[in-house]
Design a protein around this ligand. Sequence first.
Ligand code: F6R
Length: 610
Amino acid sequence: MCGIVGYIGNQEAAPILIKGLKSLEYRGYDSAGVSIYNDKINSVKTKGRLSNLEKKLDTVSLNGCIGIGHTRWATHGEPSDVNSHPHMNSTSTISLVHNGIIENYMVLKEELEANGHNFLSETDTEVAVQLVDYYYKQSNNLLDAVYKAIERIEGSYAFGVLCNDEPDKLIAARKDSPLIIGIGEGENFIASDIPAILEHTRDIYLLEDKEVAVVTTEDITIMDMNKNIINKEVFNVTWDICAAQKEGYDHYMLKEIYEQPKVIKDTLTPRLPLDVNNITLDNITLTKEVLRNINKIYIVACGTASYTGLVGKFLIEKIARIPVVADVASEFRYKEPILDEKTLMIVVSQSGETADTLAALRLAKKAGAHVISIVNVVGSTISREADDVLYTLAGPEIAVASTKAYSAQLCAMYLLSIKIGMELEKISQEEFIELRKELYLLPEKVEKVLEQSDAIKKLANKYINSKNVFYIGRGLDFAVSMEGALKLKEIAYLHAEPYAAGELKHGPIALIEDNSLLVGLTAYEQLYEKTVSNIKEVKARGANVLAIALEGNTEIDKIANDVIYVPRTHWMFTSILENIPQQLFAYYISVGLGHDVDKPRNLAKSVTVE
Ligand code: F6R
């Protein structure tokens, strides 16, 4: 959801801002712009991808060593030049970039209009810059004006502000939208996310909610809402810049799909020492005593991460016999969920910044529940606010469609489920040793699935013109089918629906016709025969069938048009193997249709608005 970069130092700001924005383009890519100070603030902004902005900048030279930039995912007002950020006051002396949503912008706008302010754009953000301008005229002090403005603003924001009359500083402020400050030598940075500044520094401050920073060439001062100075710890980034680059792959998504054996190994093995017959879950205390005090578990997340929740629900209920509700975060908090000190909540998030997931976490904590987060981005808001965090060690995920982060989330969920099962004595030592052995084998089994990439590419080309695609499965396979259908929708723009295999004949089967494609997931062997019967029902009505099956279950060959086999593993872990062909299938269809795989239309990574 929108990317922000700011620079102050002695180098030309434009190339630094553009490079930073490029690494944030996954956050939004419908328009972009920069403001740079050189005697006065000059701005260039344009609709479309960052490449459009670059072209425009080739024709206008924008020099200066202090500036702010933005790449947008539209919320208020269509993507257009005028709605692009930065937004300015009427005299172009104050420039502001924003990520988030100003909920009371209509009220503020009316008030400002009554005071003679004219608005050019349809955005909520323009209200923020006009409000800063309004207060600046009263105090001639940018920091005071920003403070006064944010006191009036309801909603979420990460702001970067630049002012003609105080060109020695950038002001940054955040509430419910991520913002970091990069610490350089003789230069400093602001950004929505680490990759934007990693080339320049590994030392950063993570701004918390309702913190404001004054950033100059030599200094960074961080304050609370009462202007008390906060002494923050420096956060050191340990991962490498090349982790956020394509490294020869055509797309980030393909690179990230191929990284999965490593990601799975990295997420699993440190928690599965071979010299102890137990799981070590970082600092999470999930003992028998803690678990006996719990009478309910909620797993809450959005999108792909919510499908990890469905797998978790299935595993924990089956193994530990504790009731688990898996819900999407956007609905959860409006259901008046029953939360108390006996509730355990598990939230799952790649970015650790998803607004709805964060809101669910806060609701649970307020009610006294214990919250464990499964998060990929180290230091993100969700990881900081949860009582415990189990990091997925997937490294930066740049493609908008999640692949490796989902596999890492599944691994984390396997670990949590087994740990709960062991503590509640539902899994014996012998069974644990067997499970650990299987988990250690998962990376090489994933490699074996990846080796089928060419064959899956051929299948993708064969079925590229399918009109409607149905993903079906039972039990764990049903959870995995949801992820398969989502991948196809989001990157290939094909109509795809997941269904519990037994539900099809209660209605959706009416949609089946020639040229429909059914992707039948059959790896959950306990219900294999039943799923196969459901597949037959659909085949008989004219659909093509692409099945995903465990090696050895060859009778499916007689029913399906095509079968992708995945290696056998313990039933608990089939989801991870079965999903890899779904990722590759969606990827190759998207490539075949000529879509922008890494930046699908209308989407953005890290959804920091409700
Ligand atoms: C789909 C996808 C999204 C995210 C969802 C939650 O490929 O990436 O559905 O899974 O927006 O995001 P996080 O995990 O960052 O909370």
